[in-house]
Design a protein around this ligand. Structure first.
Ligand code: T5A
Ligand code: NA
Length: 212
């Protein structure tokens, strides 16, 4: 008998909302609770495409805006066979940023519409749950200064947040907004409980396709 598949759980949110911290904590907690779970982060900087993206983010390399958007998407697509394998083996994937970051960041640039930005990611594995870690720019600022990577400035981040709000209007997706101003521990407890509900709900639900 084929066992049930793993869940695809995505963490999104503005910079410094705590996505990576919570992603690591969630995977640990799910494992302790007896689930099989793995963490995946996008951009996944170790592949050839990922290294190119990383040098762009570190401002070592300049790339045309459309071209880099397609590279971020290609970096997700190159991981799809692995993601599907794991999910079908019953492994839950906790994903730190996904297509929503891709669309929110590029569409915050001049002359990009949301619809164009979504197209390359149409058909990716559809998340069973998207946790949006919501934090005001003021609260994010308290968590330390922006680094030197591309996009790390507050006026751009405000536009990114607006794009996220547009994407969250899509009711075909299971968005859950979490108040990310809470302590790491409180946030973790809340996220763990929402994730466990999603795992229970999976039953025999087939894996969907994003934006299709
Ligand atoms: N991008 C990404 C695109 O343009 N297109 C795409 O398709 C994709 C996938 C790199 C950039 O790429 C862009 C978006 C980004 O600009 P990244 O590598 O994920 O993306 O970005 P990072 O800089 O690594 O991560 P963030 O800045 O977004 O931070 P996180 O992961 O949200 O936050 P985290 O957990 O690292 O925490 C940040 C700090 O806050 C503290 C932590 O200890 C840490 O110091 N903290 C808390 N403090 C108080 N209370 C809490 N609850 C806290 N939680 C964490
Ligand atoms: Na991060």
């Amino acid at each position: 008998m084929a066992g049930r598949r793993g869940a695809l759980i995505v963490l999104e949110g503005v910079d410094r909302a705590g996505k990576s911290t919570q992603g690591r904590r969630l995977v640990e907690a799910l494992r302790v609770a007896g689930h099989r779970a793995d963490l995946l982060c996008f951009p996944e900087r170790t592949t050839e495409i990922g290294r190119l993206i990383s040098s762009y983010l570190e401002k070592e390399k300049n790339l045309e805006d459309h071209a880099v958007h397609l590279l971020f998407s290609a970096n997700r697509w190159e991981h799809v066979p692995l993601m599907k394998d794991k999910l079908h083996q019953g492994i839950t994937l906790v994903v730190d940023r996904y297509a929503f970051s891709g669309v929110a960041f590029t569409s915050a640039k001049q002359n990009f519409c949301l619809d164009w930005c979504k197209q390359p990611d149409v058909g990716l594995p559809k998340p069973d749950l998207i946790l949006f870690l919501e934090l005001s720019p003021e609260e994010a600022a308290v968590r330390g200064n922006f680094g030197s990577e591309r996009y790390e400035n507050s006026s751009f981040q405000k536009k990114v947040l607006q794009s996220f709000y547009h994407l969250m209007k899509d009711k075909t997706l299971n968005w859950k907004t979490i108040d990310a101003s809470k302590s790491i521990e409180d946030l973790h407890r809340e996220i763990k409980s929402v994730a466990e509900e999603t795992l229970k709900d999976i039953q025999n639900k087939p894996l969907g396709e994003l934006w299709k």
